[in-house]
Design a protein around this ligand. Structure first.
Ligand code: HEC
Length: 329
């Protein structure tokens, strides 16, 4: 027995009891701090991923079982393990330390039991306000989409351009349109948008008697086409082809991209508000409403005002919704 003890001491220098305590502490430390630190290094996220409490509990139980098997493996191991415990209980380390520890252990255990069982007062989980308005600048409220109701001057300019065959499109689509023109050789570039109002406009253009309403409808078609193209390039990954918030990336976000066909979304807000939301995205949400973890990008950084308005035009059109009308005071 003496020999075995000296063997354990020779191996670890601390005896079996303390080597078991140390093993427990090291394993707990690994689970509690080392794995989260490593997760941060592996995922490169700005925060560690902690090991869930139940998993920690399971690991610790498994560790305890294996240590128990090790200790009870033979009488020698058992005695080695118990020797400092018995010595302590007999007052071999002094009577005062024994008294202190014998008081501390029940108090700590009692406190734990109390802490786990006592009913807790918790705040209810906060509800998300879909349309926070505390930092919505008032000047945006009366804004109307310049492309949904083009001015007479804009319409006239468009008719002139169409007559000369010099309609300009947003740069994002020109390459595609030019390729199409080379391939098809159309009579007019606007044939690229083969909708009924556009066909009517082109027919009237050939006869040189364009009615203002026809021209206006055709210009709206062109703006809608550009808006849809910009939507597909920028918004579709999250908000989806169907504008129902089901794009290929949508499932990746805890706060799902908004479903524009839902009656509680873009239909209930004035256009100026939509414009402000699109411009400022998740980072523009008021601080009192955080944390929202909104993935909605801040579009004023990468889209011009014109592009944003055209997208909003297409967004309402695709969702078959109309914006709320601003209240006149
Ligand atoms: C990376 C994913 C992502 C992309 C890309 C994205 N959005 Fe969003 N969008 C979201 C999420 C998530 C929300 C819901 C959270 C919120 O309200 O901020 C949202 C909300 C919105 C809302 C608020 C609707 C409401 O009723 O409050 C509008 C409007 C919107 N998006 C428009 C757009 C437009 C326009 C584009 C393209 C220019 C776009 N989004 C691109 C993720 C995205």
């Amino acid at each position: 027995m003496r020999e075995a003890e000296t063997m354990a001491k020779r191996k670890f220098g601390i005896g079996r009891f303390w080597s078991i305590v140390l093993t427990l502490l090291i394993i707990y430390g690994l689970i509690k701090w080392v794995i989260p630190a490593a997760s941060r290094y592996i995922t490169t996220l700005p925060f560690p991923l902690p090991v869930p409490g139940t998993l920690t509990f399971m690991y610790m139980v498994l560790t305890l079982i294996s240590l128990f098997m090790l200790v009870t493996f033979s009488d020698t191991h058992m005695n080695e393990f118990l020797r400092p415990v018995k010595k302590f209980l007999r007052g071999g380390y002094g009577k005062i330390p024994r008294a202190v520890i014998l008081v501390i252990i029940p108090v700590v255990v009692g406190w734990q039991v109390y802490d786990v069982t006592v009913p807790k007062v918790e705040l209810p989980s906060s509800l998300r306000i879909q349309h926070p308005s505390s930092n919505f600048p008032k000047k945006f409220e009366p804004l109307a989409n310049p492309f949904s109701n083009p001015s007479e001057a804009d319409v006239t300019a468009f008719v002139e351009e169409a007559k000369d065959g010099e309609v300009t499109f947003i740069p994002q689509v020109t390459a595609d349109i030019e390729r199409w023109e080379e391939e098809i050789g159309p009579d007019h570039v606007l044939e690229f948008i083969p909708t009924a109002p556009m066909k009517k406009f082109l027919a009237e253009l050939v006869d040189d008697k364009v009615a203002p309403e026809t021209a206006k409808a055709a210009l709206l078609e062109k703006n809608l086409f550009e808006g849809r193209a910009l939507y597909a390039m920028n918004c579709r990954p999250c908000h989806g082809d169907s504008v129902a918030g089901d794009g290929p990336m949508a499932d990746g976000f805890k706060l799902r991209p908004i479903n524009f066909t839902d009656n509680g979304t873009i239909e209930t807000i004035v256009e100026g508000y939509t414009f402000w939301r699109v411009a400022n995205g998740g980072p523009g949400l008021p601080t009192e409403a955080t944390p929202w973890d909104s993935a909605m990008p801040e579009w004023k950084l990468s889209l011009t005002e014109e592009e944003r308005w055209k997208i909003i035009l297409a967004e309402y059109d695709l969702a078959q919704k109309t914006p709320r009308i601003p209240e006149s005071h």
